[in-house]
Design a protein around this ligand. Structure first.
Ligand code: FUL
Length: 693
């Protein structure tokens, strides 16, 4: 009897051992990240700082002829930038060492167009060095933005420029310590100063830069660095096709290694792509990348920054958030305040993981092995995971809180070292004895966070409903995060009526028209508010249920457009360009060739000092004007040219374009579209407005 008992033990020990030996780690599914990409992905968020001669000329893109003597940031302090980024929870900073104007923030040996000829620190300054030192002090990584397009260099467009570019890259990659990312912008070629040639130079972005050899150089000088490139050859990371701060809800970290990358591939990735190229979401804390004093009240609010967070990091991307530097060399206090509050909000929202220390059970566990059990998804370790048997592509994992628990966020991570797999999943909550679906999504990847209205439940069930291969889940988080009200939108139609609205459900609005801060004692918004003059509208949203109110939104409107007539155009739709609605667009074409003219009679004479153009908000649409002339007239006969030039970066960032000029009395305005983003014969407008004094 004893003997059999003994043999029994031996047998079962052996069979466990035997079983375990058979349970292999799941085979990887498709392409997987490199160590560099893994390290980068785990950083999650990092900053951009945009600082150059543009900062001193109020431009978005410098032409390349701006005077180096303008650069004199008398209070410059990279430690302030690093402190702010650190407090906002960021892990690194990418500095615009050289933007398109060609001006270098470091004393490059290869050009005179740099800090060495600026009055700042008597030409002895080196902003990249100061940035590197500050990053080191604050435990941040350093990245480099080096614009391939250089509107100053006389060599740009010629083969010699590639040597110049690589020489500069070598300086940056050898003299400033470890670099975590290099950023090569995709704006390539066009008109510029080019050492005095003042001409248009076009290049073939697929061949001109010979990226393959530049990449070799980077790998040699900085083996741990990731490459972002929107200009030609695939780098390690991809752009997401917009600068507004979101990637597709479906987001594969895969692309095809060769071939064109149309917008949908940038935005959603490619499910069966043959290269691992994850998404980096780049956007600015203000509308523009460089500092413009007119945007001091346009700094993104905490609710907007939280949306960015969920729409980038929460969708399997990283967040690259830009801070413009002021002419004095500092980040503005408004940007600092909101960045700091954003950092706090993220920290607080995700401080308590309600899934930790609960019980988890899965519908299938790989080989029934403890090594791949459900609890591995809630053990807080990034290298352990729940996995199923190979042939399983549908599976569930249930988390039991043991008591009713309130939550509104579901965070999930795949173990991406084995590839990205999940194609569809749902989340259910067990409420009053029934399962109720609270969220549904497609891809997961490194991290996915779903938002839904708060629910109180005793259990949560995560259901994978489709997967490319057996699921491998490394982490689940359940949170009861802070919920923010958005500042309301404010618009004015052609008749001068102000309307206030929001996408949030339930809030009421309070507003002022005299520049004072709105409170719950201000006027309550019920119907559109008639206005006839210049007006400054401030509004807040207030939610009576939670007692919370939103940040303030401020919109300034110039003269009322009610008497405006579009001259010589019979198409009634043309008036959508004056309706105050940014989503309505009118295209002027009718077989006309560029240049295309648009004349507007303002109905009265005004002191004009500027005009504003809002392009189609769908930047892949046609008719987005890039080059323009603006004329004014008292009588629609004699015209005076008051402004001409480019709408820089309008395709990637389709913002209001604001152009100011010396004041002129006039009743008629004429916009001439010279060129659009597609180089064809259409001029499109979402809105047109003027500025008066
Ligand atoms: C764009 C550039 O043209 C902008 O000026 C800015 O630097 C942004 C980050 O990338 O494409």
């Amino acid at each position: 009897m004893r003997k059999y008992f003994f043999y029994g033990i031996i047998l079962s020990v052996c069979s466990i051992g035997f079983n375990n030996a058979q349970i292999k780690v799941p085979a990887s599914c498709g392409p997987v990240p490199t160590e560099n990409q893994m390290r980068w992905q785990e950083m999650e968020s990092y900053a951009f700082v945009h600082f150059s001669l543009n900062t001193y000329t109020d431009q978005s893109w410098g032409f390349g002829n701006e005077d180096v003597k303008l650069f004199n940031p008398e209070k410059s302090d990279c430690r302030q930038w690093a402190r702010i980024c650190k407090e906002a929870g960021m892990k690194g900073i990418i500095i615009t060492a050289k933007h398109h104007c060609g001006f270098c923030l470091w004393p490059s040996k290869y050009t005179e167009y740099s800090v060495k000829n600026a009055p700042w620190k008597n030409g002895k300054g080196d902003m990249v060095r100061e940035m590197a030192d500050a990053c080191k002090e604050y435990g941040l990584k350093l990245g480099i933005y080096l614009s391939p397009w250089d509107r100053n260099s006389p060599e740009y467009g010629k083969p010699e420029y590639i040597t110049y570019f690589r020489n500069q890259l070598t300086e940056l990659l050898t003299n400033y310590g470890p670099i975590f990312e290099v950023w090569f912008d995709g704006a390539n070629g066009g008109n510029g100063y080019y050492g005095g040639a003042n001409e248009t130079r076009t290049i073939d972005r697929t061949t001109y830069y010979d990226w393959k050899n530049t990449y070799k150089l980077i790998h040699k000088l900085q083996p741990n660095c990731v490459i972002w490139n929107d200009g030609g050859d695939r780098g390690d990371l991809r752009w997401v096709g917009t600068e507004e701060g979101y990637v597709g809800e479906t987001n594969w970290s895969l692309l095809d290694a060769t071939g064109e990358v149309p917008w949908n591939m940038l935005h959603y990735g490619v499910e069966n792509g043959n290269a691992w190229v994850p998404a980096e979401v780049n956007t600015s804390i203000r509308p523009e990348w460089f500092y413009h004093p007119s945007e001091d009240n346009k700094v993104k609010t905490v609710p907007q920054l939280m949306d960015l967070y969920y729409n980038s990091i929460g969708r399997n991307g990283s967040l690259l958030l830009n801070f413009p530097i002021m002419p004095n060399g500092l980040i503005h206090q408004n940007d600092e305040k909101t960045a700091d509050e954003f950092g706090q909000a993220v920290k607080e929202s995700f401080s308590v993981n309600l899934a930790e220390k609960t019980k988890a059970k899965a519908s299938n566990v790989r080989g029934n092995s403890k090594e791949f059990g459900a609890d591995k998804a809630i053990d807080g370790k990034k290298d352990s995971y729940w996995a199923t048997d190979d042939n399983v592509t549908k599976a569930s994992l249930t988390i039991d809180f043991g008591k009713p628990t309130l939550f509104n966020r579901f965070l999930i991570q795949e173990y991406i070292r084995l590839g990205q797999r999940v194609k569809a999943f749902t989340v259910e909550a067990f409420v009053d004895g029934n399962w109720k679906e609270v969220a549904k999504a497609t891809t997961i990847g490194y991290k996915r966070i779903l938002r839904f209205p708060s629910v109180k439940a005793t259990k949560v069930r995560f259901n994978i409903t489709d997967s490319k291969s057996c699921p491998v889940i490394s982490n689940i988080g359940i949170y009861n995060a802070q919920v923010f009200l958005h500042a309301p939108s404010i618009a004015r139609n052609q008749a001068g009526e102000i309307s206030i609205s929001t996408d949030d459900i339930g809030p009421i609005f309070y507003y002022t028209l005299d520049g004072s801060e709105p409170t719950m004692n201000s006027k309550k918004y019920t119907n559109p508010v008639p206005t006839q003059e210049k007006v400054e509208v401030k509004a807040i949203a207030y939610d009576p249920t939670s007692g919370k109110s939103s940040p303030v939104n401020l919109e300034k409107f110039d003269i009322c457009r009610k008497d405006w007539k579009i001259v010589g155009i019979s198409d009634e739709k043309a008036y959508t360009i004056l309706d105050g609605n940014s989503s309505t667009v009118w295209h002027q074409r009718d077989g006309k060739k560029m240049p295309i003219e648009l004349v507007i009679d303002l109905g009265n004479e005004y002191n004009l000092c500027g005009f504003k153009y809002l392009p189609d908000q769908n930047k892949w649409s046609f008719g987005i004007i890039t080059h323009y002339q603006f004329y004014v007239s008292a009588d629609n006969e004699e015209w005076k040219l008051v402004s001409e030039g480019e709408f820089s970066n309008i395709k990637n960032n389709p913002l209001w374009q604001i152009k100011q000029f010396a004041s002129e009395k006039a009743r008629f305005i004429k916009i001439i579209a010279l060129k659009n983003t597609y180089g064809d014969d259409v001029a499109g407008y979402a809105e047109v407005d003027v500025m008066t004094n």
